[in-house]
Design a protein around this ligand. Structure first.
Ligand code: SF4
Ligand code: SF4
Length: 68
């Protein structure tokens, strides 16, 4: 299974990864805030991830890591 790891502290909540995901399983957290005051991205349904890495490639700050 593909494991997506998001460095929440470095995420700036721009939402580009949310739009890039073909499976629509990324979202900006409604509850979490990082120390910079941004709502970090999170994977809402890891099971549906196809490991395309579109989210990681799209992130301007390269805070998404993908492990297979
Ligand atoms: S690897 Fe692909 S399917 Fe998985 S969360 Fe990223 S964009 Fe979505
Ligand atoms: S593209 Fe990167 S910085 Fe932007 S919301 Fe997604 S993980 Fe955060």
């Amino acid at each position: 299974m593909v494991q997506i790891t998001i460095n929440e502290e470095r995420c700036k909540g721009c939402g580009l990864c949310v739009r890039a995901c073909p499976q629509k399983i990324m979202a900006l957290s409604k509850t979490k805030l990082n120390s910079k005051g941004y709502h970090p991205a999170e994977v809402v349904d890891q099971e549906k991830c196809v490991g395309c890495a579109s989210c990681a490639r799209t992130c301007p700050d390269a805070v998404i890591a993908i492990e297979r």
